[in-house]
Design a protein around this ligand. Sequence first.
Ligand code: 6PG
Length: 250
Amino acid sequence: MIPTIRVLANGEELAWQVAERLAKAAEDAVVATGRFAVALSGGSTPQTLYRVLAKDFATKVPWRQTHILFVDERCVPPEHADSNFGAACRLLLDHVDVDYQNVHRMAGEREPAAAAQEYDRLLQEQFGAGMDLILLGMGEDGHTASLFPGTEAVQEQQRLCVANYVPRLSAWRLTMTARYINRAFEVVAMITGAAKAGMVDEALAGMGAPARLPIQLVQPTSGRFLWMMDAAAAGMDDPGESDDVGMEDG
Ligand code: 6PG
């Protein structure tokens, strides 16, 4: 599946557009099911989005009905500077009316396999149908979530969450698997910065190298799939107005 591609002028505009989509997805999900389940990614790209959501969407999202999950986590305690959960709390969750009973963090402080098994059980038992929305990033090496090129998790066909050793980082990670990500009703990849332009071109050129380019594993079974990029990541000087290219999915 070729994703729908939107190119925005810059990271701020991208964050605003993603926030609008999240608010719409939340409204639709709560009307349909009484809750909204969204999985957040780590890294730096989402941080602008978290600030926009905290500042301008505190009353535009049904936060009390929102379940917050995580696409992946570093194997560190929640108070560690590298914790994706910790960053989301500092920049977003501590500033909106979310019910912390509905915030489901991956236990980065635990032994990785046990933490992954615990999260896998949570996904199976409470979110087996898939997320309403998953927000992904992409690394310059084509990784997404903590599905890094050449690592075991890229091959996982059964479980929904696994522990994944990443030799390049000499570190363990916890990550949702492609099998689970692809159950989502909607997946939005947020990609910014000129350093990723080459990988964007390579990843979109074909879908034939998922082991080498894990972002290509993201092929939602029936959900919408959107790549939102800034002009730099799209290799454009300045798109002026945001451009929709590619087919509208689903
Ligand atoms: C993580 C993320 C990871 C991230 C990419 C892009 O835990 O680091 O889940 O997959 O999305 O590495 O990171 P940036 O947004 O910092 O470029």
